[in-house]
Design a protein around this ligand. Sequence first.
Ligand code: 5AD
Ligand code: SF4
Length: 437
Amino acid sequence: MPRLYLETYGCQMNVADSELITGALGRHGYETTHDPGQADVLLVNTCAIRDNAEQRVLGRMGELKRHKRPGTVLGVVGCMAQRLGPRLLERVPQVDLVIGPDGYRGLAELIARARAGERAADVALRGWEHYEDVPAERAAGPSAFVTVQRGCDYRCTYCIVPTTRGPERSRRLGDVVREVAALASAGTTEVTLLGQTVNSYHDGVHDFADLLRAVGTVSGVRRVRFTSPHPNDFSTRVLAAMAETPTVCEHVHLPVQSGSSAVLKRMLRRYDRGAYLGVVAALRRAVPGIALTTDIIVGFPGETDRDFADTLSLVEAVGFDDAYTFRYSPREGTPSLRLRDAVPDDVARDRLERLIAAVRRVARRINVGLVGSSHEVLVEGRARRGGLLQGRTRSNKVTVFEGPEEWIGTYRRVRLTGTTGSTFTAWPLTRELAVVG
Ligand code: 5AD
Ligand code: SF4
């Protein structure tokens, strides 16, 4: 059997795509290996969102090429493959094939051609591609990612994704529900619905509200999550579906990008600070106690000290549970390259540091306030240190606690006993009751 070694970089969509790739090649008799030295096919599923993501992949290619023996195929797939296309073949002579996110159906064939000595790139965008008939090969466990939408029709001026993943398209609701039902009958209890702007999901008949209600009532599904939504697509219907579907978890990752209306306008985010705060308020009305996390970019062209101060104050005003923070990275081919008033590197670096400190401060305050409360956790496995178990609350807080191996994959109630500021220690309540009783 030919052996596949696959490395994945970037977002959860790439993780899900790697499961598709594994499934697609599995149908052609491939088995996976974790040892690149044993592989017949080495693939790297890449991200193009920031330059440092691409630099890391280029560095990694330099290492992986050492594992090439005669007949071994080295391929680059995903967003960076899509962005650079044939240029990647020129730049890295050891690379045999380059395939974008819509080309995985042809992977086995391109591998065969590469074996015959042909170096090829397939970076066609296929606006119809959903891989509906390709069975994803997922890691075992109670949680599964389910892609419901591919591509993006927003045109945020900093973002390469519309170029690398093409136009937005949604799978049919019935197809998604069938997949979730099959997962649930095989033991999955937590599903995360994936899409670039997942709440703009529309299959021509059904919107995201319908999808949440349908997935959320599949027998055996206990938790539904989704990522990432766009603030403008939280319609009253979606908010009502979240409020009325008990399996939908109390956490939303709601990328804001900036707290300054002027910067948001240049980013073409299509909302201003006030509108974003309005969405936050509506989410909190619909789902009391909901945890909110976000993405923020600093150093976008033209960002002034006052703009940045608005971002800091927004972090306070919303009270984010956590945030991913980035320095603006200019991406070739995006409209933001034409904007003037680049922010000097040292200024952007300083802003990023101050932002991270603000995010930590706010998160710590929220998390300290949660100590003493009790939560349902899904036990995900062993924590990295100390032989403890690790679980996640519905609000997506990571907790560690003592317990037997058999709890992995089950749901437990725990009381939060302490916090590092970001994660929690906890006490399993069943144990506590046993001690008392
Ligand atoms: N530079 C920096 N960060 C970016 N992101 C997207 N494009 C860029 C860029 N050019 C960030 C956004 C997005 C997250 C996935 O990555 O915050 O929400
Ligand atoms: Fe990029 Fe904006 Fe689309 Fe998100 S919504 S993928 S940031 S263009």
